[in-house]
Design a protein around this ligand. Structure first.
Ligand code: ZN
Length: 468
């Protein structure tokens, strides 16, 4: 990796901005409700001032905006449709971005000498293109080192989380995805001796191949999606030479309690989950009690209903509005993220004053099914997944709602084992639907196993074919 160093322009990194971000993030970690909230207000004021002055798109939409409520929610389609008017640097154009990411092995290089580009997988339609500047990357680096990677029983000392360790990243490696670009950047900006040693493997490769490469590499830390870790865990359970990791870091998909326990037991290791997106790299981090704490000095989340009105504290939202306080180059203010979230009103036993959130959705859909009383019933994906996992004793499956209203359950098992698991899942699901007052749907055993999404390689376990 380092052999290439001389030939490429460096990825964006600014030591002064980085030092400032670390300092501020550390202060806000110690005092989230005082200093943290003060930083949040300062950053929001600066973001609004910059966006309404220097982004033609935001200037048109909210010229006289002073507070966040002055902004109408904005979606990915509108931002992509007006891409060339969106950023505050007029050189940032869709054509320029596409020429750059089409250039092959340059994705961790600085574009225009100062930006990093991420594309999102587009599980909900159009892919997104997000431009990161040195300031936003400094904030993500600080969050990662001071919060995401420094808690928990196996947590390394502050800031040393990557130095000298062996990592395996099994994810989307074929494009400018945030995870892939970020690990490549981290290797390039680390001083000698501090860079993590990394092996990248495509999540879309056959499982046999992924397993063989992991055995050959022998990483301390596996970074991947929950469903991929669970697949590997399933293969290793009865293995005479089981795979072992020091830690497994998960993200990108929903993680169920069953998956967490299964993965931790199989590999005999710490499992650490986080919640991030291409729109903001590290939205929330997991503390030692397994709860997700929002980095609310750097990002604002507003859980809203289908009409973009706020939902009560404690209730799950239909969607979530995200405001990125770290990135003033390509402003995201009240951006509609298709994740269901809720703020947990009870304080966390870990003592952190950073808000605790829960997330549903990610790559999975909620199902809105016909109710017995003629109305509809909304079922959250984590609840559906728990029913199937417990009844079937499986974590690899896909429940798809077809356009005709029927449900298709695909399992990774074959033969009698598949038929028996399907029967158990079918009974459990129909019984549970009845208790939720759902009118009994047609539920069929799908041909073939679950399929990962092309590109990102995410496995969506609950899919509404009609919603997408
Ligand atoms: Zn906590």
């Amino acid at each position: 990796m380092n052999a290439h160093r001389g030939h490429h322009p460096s990825p964006p990194f600014d030591a002064a901005l980085s030092a400032q971000a670390f300092h501020e993030t550390w202060l806000a970690t110690v005092d989230p409700t005082g200093v943290g909230q003060w930083f949040r207000r300062q950053r929001l004021d600066r973001l609004i001032a910059t966006a309404t002055r220097d982004s033609p798109l935001y200037a048109r939409r909210a010229r006289s905006a002073r507070v966040i409520d002055d902004f109408e929610p904005i979606g990915k389609h509108e931002l992509m449709d007006h891409f060339d008017d969106w950023a505050v640097d007029r050189r940032i154009t869709r054509a320029g971005v596409e020429a750059f990411i089409g250039g092959g092995d340059t994705i961790a290089d600085g574009w225009l000498e100062r930006y990093l580009i991420w594309t999102s997988s587009g599980t909900s339609g159009q892919p997104g293109v997000f431009v990161q500047d040195a300031a936003s990357l400094a904030a993500y680096d600080a969050i990662e080192a001071l919060r995401l990677r420094s808690t928990g029983p196996a947590g390394p000392p502050l800031g040393l989380w990557a130095a000298g360790r062996r990592f395996a990243y099994v994810g989307a490696v074929g494009g400018a995805y945030a995870g892939h670009v970020s690990v490549a950047r981290l290797q390039r900006i680390a001083p000698p001796g501090w860079a993590p040693t990394l092996c990248e493997i495509s999540v879309l490769d056959p499982l046999d191949e992924i397993e063989a490469r992991l055995r050959a590499w022998g990483p301390d830390v596996l970074i991947t999606y929950p469903t991929l870790a669970a697949s590997l865990a399933g293969r290793t359970v009865n293995d005479r030479r089981p795979l072992r990791f020091g830690e497994v870091w998960l993200g990108g998909e929903q993680l169920s309690p069953t998956q967490r326990a299964f993965i931790g037991d199989a590999f005999g290791c710490v499992v650490r989950n986080s919640y991030g997106a291409s729109e903001f790299y590290s939205i929330a981090f997991e503390c030692r009690y397994g709860r997700l704490h929002l980095n609310d000095d750097w990002v604002i989340l507003e859980p809203v209903d289908a009409d973009h009105r706020p939902v009560p504290v404690g209730a799950f939202s239909h969607a979530t509005l995200l405001t990125n306080l770290a990135n003033r180059t390509q402003p995201l203010i009240r951006y509609t993220l298709q994740d269901c979230t809720r703020f947990v009103p009870e304080p966390c036993p870990c003592g952190s004053g950073l808000a605790v959130i829960e997330v549903q959705g990610r790559s999975d859909d909620a199902l809105v099914l016909a109710g017995r009383d003629g109305g509809t019933v909304t079922l959250l994906p984590l609840a559906i997944e728990t029913v199937v996992e417990e009844a079937g004793g499986i974590t690899e499956f896909q429940l798809i709602r077809r356009p005709d209203g029927s449900l298709e359950l695909r399992l990774s098992l074959q033969g009698d084992a598949a038929r028996q698991a399907f029967d158990r899942c079918r009974r459990a699901l129909l019984g549970w639907f009845a208790r939720q007052d759902v009118r009994t749907p047609r539920l069929v055993h799908g041909h073939g196993g679950p399929l990962r999404a092309p590109g990102s390689g995410k496995l969506r376990r609950v899919i509404d074919d009609r919603a997408r």
